[in-house]
Design a protein. Structure first.
Length: 694
């Protein structure tokens, strides 16, 4: 076929050629890959032997081409979205889902795996291989291997529909963020704006009006306000015009909840189909299905943990609100406090209490310097070196960089793409790490792992370099933690390499662990230099940043608990066919998890991508579950002595050799015990947050 000649999505080695990939390549390449894989599957099923080499080796070989044909397509959908790419993705996505289900529901493979588990060869397998086999068996059971006839047919229909709906949900959010804007033209409208926000919103106006003879400036405007978080967050914290804050807040919490991009029917159908899927699998709820691949033993155990954290945080959150109200009144504003007032007055109180602003800090965090500090920390802790690639690498945007990770001998052991800046016109919101290439043996060769590290931080503004808020620094460290677990793995089997095979509620351990280093003085001071003067961060500013770490900790904890408990109830107790809406569920839970009630118009579930288009359905609690592990892991460094370089190096290597290297080859609790020498304790988390355990 002529259309398959020179198609970059049909590569079988090396990095994806992103600069050459076009939407027109997707359908023919993916269809060719699926067609070839199905032929290989038929051959595998005909010649199966119940041994590792007789099952897993040919299956791994069959699945590898999807790394180049399908993997880049999903990645580009998140970072270089376009109508043409969406159409191509949506055309072949059902075929990929059907292929995946065909593999997972393969009776011959399933029976061979079960036979292998019960055969004498079982004892000759490594612990990683045993865990992979057990996970494949469990995955087949979760894919409906036990279903027959109409039930299996219906299960397949549900899987295809769920894939379509989750993609639609994400695209609707992206389209709604892209469609909303508020153009401001007077100084009175932008009262309170920081210099960075003025520059950013003027730049946003210019990007939206490339053909205009008039160019916006930070000084004269116009200033374009969007729902992209590098604009929305600072706007809510600094805009003095209360009516404009209310307008923007209402737009944010009703995102994708009406009109042609309304996610409400999609959300309801997702919940209904997930419940039906669970019933087909013999489970009471989708949450029970979800927990089969997680550490947490039961829904009750999760709720117990979340409610304990709620009880611990409630008093502190009430005090947060009382402090906010008192400060607001003392500043001459006696109006009732509303949700759109909280970010503004919380920022004013923080500035008053700790005597610093984000704008004071930002010049000390130029992106290049922060990267240098982060790479230095990783070298100290884990003994690896990060170098930007000297050779040309094909990327999807000119902002993207490519780096190599070198081991102690200077040999390449991994690599990553870094896409740091916000692009609301074609890049979805948030920050994430994803897999480009897995570490795995291919014949006698070792394929090295490659990661995608994606953030949405403030881009360079005018002549100024990219200057980061402290939260953006934490986000970069967070995503790098995920990347380290992917890149520093020593497991050569793709099913357990990096984050593959790691229980979902443990996958946030390395990422949240890395955030703790943002408050360690040598690290923080080492990655700060004023972008104009080169001066280090003043000592008093460092002390204020550390002091402010626990500011409104109770309120921030309750916010996460509201998300986690709502997600859990929607996927466990909620009846999609009943009279209560998902919004009613969230509002009811907010009565015990929010000191300021949600307004009746709140439809924020319509943009809750984590659980409706991401991997966190019935798993949002994982952030808090893993935060207990990550805080306790960091406390091992505290106990060793954060100023003792030798001790830190020893503990860092132990962390690398356990948490970061074992991947999914062993249960996370076993790996944690190997690192920590005991079971995890919540004490470190509560101490770091300044909360007292009840």
């Amino acid at each position: 076929m002529a259309e398959l000649l020179d198609n970059p999505l049909l590569a079988t080695s090396g990095l994806p050629d992103f600069a050459r990939i076009e939407a027109s390549h997707v359908v023919p390449a993916v269809r060719a890959t699926v067609e070839t894989a199905l032929k290989k599957l038929d051959a595998i099923e005909s010649h199966l032997q119940p041994t590792w080499a007789g099952i897993m080796s040919p299956v791994e070989e069959m699945e590898r081409p999807f790394t180049w044909s399908w993997g880049p397509v999903g990645h580009l959908l998140g970072v270089r979205n376009s109508p043409e790419l969406r159409a191509a993705y949506e055309e072949v996505n059902p075929e990929v889902v059907r292929y995946s289900l065909r593999v997972r529901q393969s009776e011959p493979i399933y029976k061979a795996l079960v036979t292998l588990e019960q055969s004498p060869e079982w004892e000759r397998l490594s612990p990683a291989q045993k865990r992979i086999i057990k996970d494949r068996i469990k995955d087949a059971e979760l894919a409906g291997i036990g279903l027959q006839g109409d039930a299996r047919k219906r299960f397949g229909e549900i899987e295809e529909r769920l894939a379509v709906l989750s993609t639609q949900f994400m695209n609707n959010c992206l389209d709604e963020i892209k469609a909303f804007s508020l153009d401001l033209t007077t100084e009175e409208e932008i009262a309170g704006f920081t210099p960075t926000l003025r520059h950013l919103t003027a730049q946003s106006w210019n990007r939206a009006h490339p053909e205009s003879a008039t160019k916006a400036t930070a000084e004269q405007g116009p200033w374009r306000i969007t729902l992209d978080f590098p604009v929305y967050g600072p706007f809510m914290e600094h805009a003095k015009r209360r009516d404009l804050r209310e307008n923007l807040y209402r737009a944010f919490i009703t995102l994708a909840s009406q009109g042609e991009h309304n996610n409400e029917p999609i959300m309801r159908e997702l919940l209904s189909l997930r419940k039906e899927k669970a019933h087909l699998l013999g489970k009471n709820s989708f949450a029970e299905v979800s927990l089969m691949r997680k550490m947490a033993p039961s829904v009750d155990a999760i709720r117990h943990m979340l409610h304990e954290l709620r009880d611990t945080s409630w008093g502190a959150a009430q005090q947060d609100l009382a402090d906010l109200k008192a400060f607001k009144v003392s500043s001459g504003d006696t109006d009732e406090i509303k949700p759109w007032d909280v970010p503004f007055w919380a920022e004013r109180l923080r500035e008053s209490r700790y005597s610093f602003t984000d704008e004071q800090i930002r010049p000390y965090f130029p992106f290049e310097r922060v990267l240098e500090g982060l790479f230095g920390l990783i070298h100290r802790l884990f003994g690896v070196t990060i170098e930007q690639a000297k050779e040309p690498v094909s990327v999807w945007c000119s902002d993207v960089r490519f780096y190599h990770v070198l081991d102690e001998t200077g040999q390449k052991m991994a690599a990553f793409f870094l896409d740091p800046y916000s692009r609301p016109e074609n890049k979805r919101a948030g920050a994430w790490m994803d897999t480009c290439l897995l570490r795995q043996k291919v014949g006698d060769e070792l394929q090295l792992p490659v990661a995608y590290l994606v953030c949405n931080q403030t881009p360079p503004v005018g002549e100024r370099p990219a200057l980061m808020t402290f939260r953006e620094v934490e986000t970069l460290f967070h995503e790098f933690g995920h990347g380290l677990q992917h890149m520093l793995t020593i497991i050569d089997h793709p099913d357990a390499s990096g984050i593959n095979g790691v229980e979902w509620d443990a996958v946030e351990l390395p990422s949240q662990f890395m955030e703790n280093w943002c408050y360690h003085k040598p690290v923080l001071m080492g990655m700060t230099r004023h972008y104009e003067t080169g001066a280090p961060l003043p000592e008093d500013l460092f002390n204020k940043i550390v002091a402010a770490r626990t500011y409104r900790a109770g309120s921030m904890m309750l916010r996460q608990l509201l998300f986690g408990l709502t997600d859990l109830e929607l996927h466990h107790d909620y009846d999609p066919a009943g009279n209560e809406s998902p919004f009613d569920v969230q509002r009811r839970i907010s009565q015990t998890c929010a000191v300021i009630p949600l307004i009746p118009e709140d439809r924020s579930l319509c943009s809750f991508q984590h659980i409706f288009s991401g991997g966190y359905a019935a798993g949002y609690y994982s952030y808090k579950w893993a935060e207990v592990l990550s805080a306790d892991a960091f406390s091992a460094f505290e106990e060793a002595g954060l100023d003792d370089e030798k001790a830190i190096e020893q503990v860092g290597r132990r962390f690398r050799n356990t948490v970061l290297s074992m991947g999914g080859s062993r249960h996370p609790m076993e790996v944690f015990r190997d690192f920590r020498g005991r079971e995890p304790s919540p004490e470190a988390l509560l101490r770091h947050m300044g909360l007292t355990k009840v």
